[in-house]
Design a protein around this ligand. Sequence first.
Ligand SMILES: *Cc1c(COP(=O)(O)O)cnc(C)c1O
Length: 373
Amino acid sequence: MSAERAVARIDLGAIRHNAGVMAAAAGGARLMAVVKAAGYGHGAAPAARAALAGGASFLGVATVTEAEELRGEGIDAPVLIMGPLTGGEWARAASAGAEVTAWTPEAVARAAAAGAGEPPGVHLKLDTGMGRLGARPEDVSALVDSAAAAGDRIRVAGLMTHFATSDDTTGENASFMSEQLLRFRSAVAGVRDRFPGALVHAANSAATLRQPSAAFDMVRCGISLYGCSPFGGDPAEHGLRPAMSWISYLASVKTLRSRESVGYGRVWRAARGTRVGLVPVGYADGYARCLSPAGAEVLTGGRRVPVVGTISMDQLTVDLGPEGAEAVGEEVVLIGARGDERITAEDVAAWRGTINYEVTCAVGPRIPRIHEG
Ligand SMILES: *Cc1c(COP(=O)(O)O)cnc(C)c1O
């Protein structure tokens, strides 16, 4: 029996390998490893170190606290904070030596004012169609002029945009990515000469795999580093190896008679006498409550068994079948591979009606991460 109720095992060798795959896909461009949201649930600092060892040379996060955490772990690679900053966060970013993203002249001024000694690296973000952060086309020249006017109080370290549909290769969404690429190319063409040190970057994992010409000077990859497919399919198609497996155990096994129920609301009843196993993982751990009616399965005893009954905060139940021989203490794999069977984050996402990103991010803080390799 495992010493822990449940753990997420993180294969750092897989992250190194995946970084190598994405660095190769990027051609000669640099690889930024995106380690926001605790490395998509894998642990930011260990994921960052593994990605740097595998070929990344830049790190990306969403918040200033995430940048500070990396510095606190002694990681001194360049870090870009891609999200918006509030008042005092500009100075915190500067003292962490993190680069920042700006899309208005006001933000450029704040970055310039926050610089502590070294001029802060600023990445100018253009909105080419995502519609979230970034200067709209009519606002780009004011942004660029403000960055030029800041002189040596800032260092313009990047010109960037973000794709809305790079994961969707069908229909109108496929051509929208090309449209964004065109808009970005033409915006950058007019600006690049003014900031010769700036890295031009646009591609996330999906764009890197799909469109080598979108790599520019750097690609920003997250999901692929963790061995998940940005397209939601089989990661092996891209040579990616899943890094996370999520393991628990059978804490109780009992025999139910036909028509007896399991769990809250009695939503599942045994159609025949059967063995039911209890796994001490629930929705508070990130195993979403909607998974059981959606047909989710786990691996135990080398086979797939269905999750049945309402998933509780701390527990879920599985139907081992009338012949189920698994005993208390048997390993249960919520995500991972055993023998020929595997359950991927993509499988869980499909049951849950979401994307693999949300599945690994959701694995909660109650689940210890065990970094291996
Ligand atoms: C999260 C993020 C990425 C990484 O995207 P993946 O699809 O995980 O590769 C890249 N760029 C920006 C701006 C992001 O916020």
